[in-house]
Ligand binder design. Structure first.
Ligand SMILES: *Cc1c(COP(=O)(O)O)cnc(C)c1O
Length: 438
């Protein structure tokens, strides 16, 4: 009579408990059932009191159906690939909601006819870069390169400087990506130097195109030489070979704060036939790849069979259009924010934290763009530092906060964090501090 395990409620009983039923409507039947089974199992083995089973199930049900959570980026890296690169603007976020249901992505609502997929987004991109005769949008920067290589250079040669054969991250390398299209690479020059002569000697009957890749995630200094786009354009035109330029970061126009970063407009004016770039770096939009350039080239890419496998979904089209047409992006705000203002935020936060018993200090810091944009470009910033043992509770807290550890302290840089998030950062640090054994 005394065995408490006999009191373990059955699955159907638990599922019909009003509180569990409400949670199940929110997070789904199968997740709820899985948690119920786990808790019942632990109750049977004596690790959960059968009288607390409903509360235990409720406590262990996840809050959301999606494991991606909003994270406070206090790393000082504005475009952090592990944190999803560019944060979307409120306009782009709204656009995601509008497009989430059934939407007119391929329908002309005026005529009722089938409309070009994502026509308005392509128009917005074209409007932002009038120097391009035509534009096309694919899944990411790598897809843009793959499509260009497949459509223009399959079974033929791409002439590429050795110093531009870069690894873009997570072990993926541009030369291998290009070769996977069936194109052959004709490598020229050395790691540090390539000349116009090198290009001229390499171009022959097998050449499909010249490719120039912006070394977006490293800098080589010292005894170096490369050939600018306008000089390559002259050569390409004389020898009737198109030139593709992978600018990487997705700047559409020159940026006053990033004078060394190539942009699509300037590159096209200098004579590139096709420019490829990412949408979620300096453009501040969703993950996507941009192709901008000559109308016949873009047309041949768009009609190539592989284009269908690289096409973007309605959510990307919606948020990219809103990024292009809408107000300035969070990335732009982080890039432009004033250092006096950053220092003021850091001092205020540190003082408030100290008053609440946390060992916090305001310091000067250096932020970077990251994400394959403007390598070596340091952005003056401000940060607070807290004890290093707060790093883990901050990361696993709610909201999670990611910073960086430097000289034995955990550093929370404020440049990538919008100022309206300071109260949340404050609360998160307090909560993390409270979790530490005293
Ligand atoms: C980032 C980058 C890529 C890859 O773009 P994804 O959008 O990450 O696929 C390719 N080339 C350059 C120069 C880059 O900076």
């Amino acid at each position: 009579m005394g065995d408490p395990r006999r009191h373990i409620p059955g699955t159907d009983t638990l599922l019909s408990d009003p509180r569990i039923a409400a949670a199940s409507a929110h997070i789904g039947h199968s997740t709820t059932k899985r948690v119920i089974h786990e808790v019942q199992h632990r109750a049977r083995s004596g690790h959960v009191d059968p009288h607390n089973i409903v509360d235990t199930v409720l406590a262990e049900l996840p809050d959301a159906t999606c494991s991606l959570r909003p994270v406070l980026n206090a790393t000082g890296v504005l475009l952090h690939t592990n944190l999803g690169r560019a944060p979307l603007s409120p306009a782009a976020t709204d656009a995601l909601h509008h497009a989430a249901g059934t939407t007119n992505v391929e329908l002309n609502l005026d005529t009722g006819d089938r409309g070009g997929r994502g026509r308005a987004t392509h128009d917005a991109l074209h409007h932002a870069v009038p120097a391009a005769e035509a534009v096309h949008i694919v899944n990411n920067g790598a897809a843009a390169l793959l499509l260009a290589a497949t459509a223009l250079a399959q079974d033929r040669e791409i002439v590429l400087a050795r110093g531009e054969m870069i690894e873009i991250g997570d072990g993926f390398r541009i030369p291998e990506l290009l070769e996977s299209s069936g194109a052959h690479l004709h490598e020229i020059g050395t790691t540090n130097r390539v000349t116009l002569d090198d290009y001229e000697h390499a171009i022959g009957p097998h050449t499909a195109c010249i490719l120039k890749v912006h070394p977006a995630n490293f800098v080589i200094t010292g005894y170096t030489a490369s050939v600018p786009v306008d000089a390559l354009h002259e050569l390409g035109r004389a020898l009737n070979v198109p030139m593709i330029v992978d600018i990487g970061s997705g700047l559409l126009q020159p940026h006053p704060l990033l004078p060394d970063e190539p942009d699509a407009t300037t590159t096209l004016h200098a004579g590139a036939d096709l420019v490829t770039a990412s949408g979620d770096k300096l453009l501040g939009g969703p993950q996507c790849g941009l192709l901008l350039g000559s109308a016949p080239l873009v047309r041949s890419l768009r009609r190539h069979p592989i284009a269908r496998a690289l096409r973007v979904d309605k959510l990307t089209l919606a948020s990219l259009e809103a990024t292009l047409r809408g107000p300035s992006t969070p990335l732009e705000a982080a890039l432009r924010c004033d250092t006096t203002e950053l220092r003021h935020r850091a001092t205020t936060l540190a003082a408030d934290l100290k008053a609440a018993g946390i060992d916090a200090t305001a310091i000067e810091s250096t932020a970077t763009l990251g994400g394959g944009a403007a390598p070596g470009h340091a952005l003056p910033s401000a940060a607070i530092t807290v004890p290093q043992n707060l790093a883990a509770p901050l990361r696993t807290g709610n909201p999670p906060v990611v910073g960086r550890t430097e000289s034995g302290r955990h550093l929370l840089d404020l440049r990538a964090l919008p100022p309206d998030q300071d109260p949340r950062l404050f609360q998160a640090i307090l909560a993390a501090g409270g979790q530490l054994p005293s």
